[in-house]
Design a protein around this ligand. Structure first.
Ligand code: BEZ
Ligand code: FE
Length: 277
């Protein structure tokens, strides 16, 4: 097709993709082209703005390495990550809700026995975490596998500290035969997501703060159940209403109770959804 104009270009692109063998890819790309073209027409995108966006995305890619995923961060602050989580994790009432994965998960975290130390030297106030993993009928999920990870009291994950030679404040644990777990760690504190890259530019340009309310990450797996990726948030945190990545759910907020001996205790029970495949 020759002589496309600002209206006929959309159909021209879609016709060029007409023979795609992968039906799902065709659905996704067709919708993407429609929305992208409508967006450009809607804002009457200038050539300078188009180039600005290309350069922004280029810098986003250049900021990525094996420890830094700026594209996930971009998806997070635009609400795309949470939208995808919300659409794909609709569970029966009573099941623990999911939230964003975030960019700081690391495979093969240290295996820690129940009652062990997850912090491994990370700076922070002592905290004991306990709870139980059950199914949607209240039945114990025996030997559920838990992965936990968190920032330290200065707001950094271990992977953000190049001086460290070992992982800190993350672990893999196995619940007991009743689904119960407990471990020692440090109190999670609110922290800003990284702002030294293009996502930081975007937040500044849009007048947004980068803070996430204090939370502890969990990924829980057990045969016969859907994997749960979630956080527990600390009640009272001043960023609960304005999380930079839109991840807070009321049902995931818990009291982190300071004890007279200075230790903080968190208790949280997780309800997994049975898998049906
Ligand atoms: C996190 O909670 O680790 C996180 C989530 C989204 C963006 C940045 C950090
Ligand atoms: Fe986090």
């Amino acid at each position: 097709m020759k002589n496309v104009d600002q209206n006929t270009i959309t159909q021209a692109v879609l016709e060029r993709m007409g023979d795609m063998p992968d039906a799902r890819l065709k659905t996704i790309l067709t919708s993407l082209v429609h929305h992208l073209h409508d967006f450009a027409r809607d804002v009457t995108l200038s050539e300078e703005e188009w180039m600005h966006a290309i350069q922004f995305l280029t810098r986003t890619g250049q900021k990525c390495d094996d420890k830094r995923q700026e594209f996930i961060l971009l998806s997070d602050v635009l609400g795309l990550s949470m939208l995808t989580v919300a659409m794909n994790n609709q569970k029966p009432p009573g099941c623990t809700e999911a939230t964003v994965f975030g960019p700081f998960f690391v495979e093969d975290a240290p295996i820690v026995p129940l009652g062990g130390d997850v912090a491994q030297g990370a700076p922070g106030q002592p905290c004991t975490v306990s709870g139980r993993v059950v199914g949607s009928h209240g039945q114990a999920v025996a030997h559920a596998q838990l992965e936990v990870w968190q920032a330290d009291e200065e707001g950094f994950y271990d992977v953000q500290r190049p001086e460290l030679h070992a992982l800190q404040a993350r672990a893999r644990l196995q619940a007991d035969s009743e689904g119960r777990f407990h471990f020692n760690t440090i109190v999670a504190e609110a922290y800003p997501i990284p702002t030294d890259g293009p996502v930081g530019e975007l937040l500044r340009a849009t007048g947004r703060h980068p803070w996430r309310p204090a939370h502890l990450h969990f990924m829980i797996k057990a045969p016969g159940f859907e994997t749960l990726i979630t956080h527990v948030f600390r009640n009272g945190d001043k960023y609960l209403e304005s999380d930079a990545v839109f991840g807070v759910r009321e049902s995931l907020i818990a009291d982190w109770v300071k004890q007279p001996d200075g230790n903080t205790q968190l208790h949280f029970d997780f309800v997994l959804n049975e898998s049906h495949d």
